[in-house]
Design a protein around this ligand. Structure first.
Ligand code: TXA
Ligand code: MG
Length: 355
């Protein structure tokens, strides 16, 4: 791996560093910066060439649109055709914060940002360094999560460096991301919110303002918001999201073990991602606990770092267990299901396993 030169990572609490970063952005550079959700891979949202570099660096397909990050609510007036009452109410309540709103765009918003769609996604992050950076640039920053397309999102500067360090002009280090998973993406259609991606703001909170449609995505919606795709947020190690209990997990493993032994095959090394503290079956080699006190907010903040840690153990399989399906738990479950992609469960994996 190419080493990142020390000067490429600057402290996001330093005003001089933020000015340097803004200058790099104004000249068409690409800078990774902290937000409260995950680290972003930023470029000047109105510089088409710079935005194209984001897609190249991330290996992101050009049909997947980006979010524009603003430093004050008034900035949306230059991006959206109109600001309907529902959007205004949600902005008042949740900005700055992990809620991205999708609305019809103004002509001036570049097509590369929106992948040719007639709408643009906008959010105001709740992170001082990010807000100052956008302010110093004076234009919205286009930014996806600062990871390779389809892979686990970074919640620390170090994680960005490991994945993309040699390809970036600068990384701003603002410490670990507070929320730990991406913003909720909500499309505003009249008085209804269409949930395109569960995230940092829970559906229950948004439902206090408007009905939220959580329909199964149609092909068109997937095209509109590839965050809805089945495989995303995936580590390198095969990953299975297991909906059952640890007892059921042990039963599935025992059944497969007999078959593998008959075929004289070695057993896979399995590591576990667990919501709370619990006794793992003996065949589990290591356990990462998301929150000892079973707190969903804490679990979300630890999620991507925990997946990265397990990935580095180079096991044959990561098994993730369920978290409660409410509040931010919905977003955690969404990331776990997608990290697992098409894998149907432990049985499915073990049957196909061939070391
Ligand atoms: O928390 C976050 O949202 C982070 C930080 C950096 O702000 N950003 C992020 O960006 O997660 P990204 O590109 O990894 O995910 C943005 C999601 C994608 O699923 C994309 O398809 C969807 O938002 N999206 C963007 N523009 C859209 C649009 N006009 N219509 C529908 N979906 C859109
Ligand atoms: Mg992403």
């Amino acid at each position: 791996m190419v080493q990142t030169p020390p000067g490429k990572i600057l402290d996001a609490t330093s005003d001089a560093a933020l000015r340097t970063a803004a200058k790099i952005l104004s000249e068409g550079g690409v800078v990774a910066f902290p937000t409260e959700t995950v680290y972003g891979l930023g470029a000047d949202g109105f510089n088409e060439k710079a935005v194209c570099r984001i897609f190249e660096i991330k290996k992101r397909p050009s049909f997947d649109p980006l979010i524009l990050h603003v430093f004050e609510p008034a900035q949306v007036r230059s991006l959206w055709k109109t600001v309907p009452p529902l959007a205004a109410a949600l902005i008042k309540k949740f900005w700055p914060g992990p809620l991205t709103l999708v609305l019809p765009k103004k002509e001036a918003v570049p097509d590369v940002v929106t992948a040719g769609l007639g709408t643009v996604a906008v959010r105001m992050p709740r992170n001082e360094a990010a807000l100052k950076l956008i302010g110093y640039l004076g234009r919205p920053i286009a930014a996806p999560s600062a990871n390779l397309y389809g892979c686990t999102s970074p919640t620390t500067a170090e994680a960005v460096r490991e994945d993309l360090g040699d390809k970036l002009d600068l990384i701003l280090d603002g410490g670990p991301a507070a929320v730990g998973l991406e913003s909720t993406v909500l499309k505003i259609e009249g008085n209804t919110g269409v949930l395109l991606r569960p995230g940092g703001i829970s559906v229950e909170e948004i439902e206090k303002f408007a009905p939220v449609v959580r329909a199964k995505p149609t092909a068109e919606e997937i095209r509109e918001s590839p965050g809805l795709l089945k495989t995303h947020y995936a580590p390198r190690t095969p990953f299975v999201f297991f909906e059952g209990t640890t007892e059921e997990l042990a039963r599935d493993f025992d059944a497969a073990k007999k078959k593998l032994k008959k075929k004289d095959q070695a057993l896979p090394r399995i590591v576990l991602l667990s919501f709370g503290k619990q006794t793992a079956p003996a065949f589990i080699e290591a356990v990462e606990v998301l929150s000892v006190k079973r707190d969903l907010t804490e679990a979300a903040a630890n999620l991507f770092q925990a997946i990265r840690k397990l990935d580095k153990m180079h096991a044959d399989l990561i098994v993730a267990l369920k978290v409660p399906e409410h509040g931010i738990g919905l977003a955690i479950l969404d990331r776990l299901r997608k990290a697992g992609g098409g894998q149907k469960g432990l049985k499915d994996f073990l049957e196909k396993w061939d070391p």
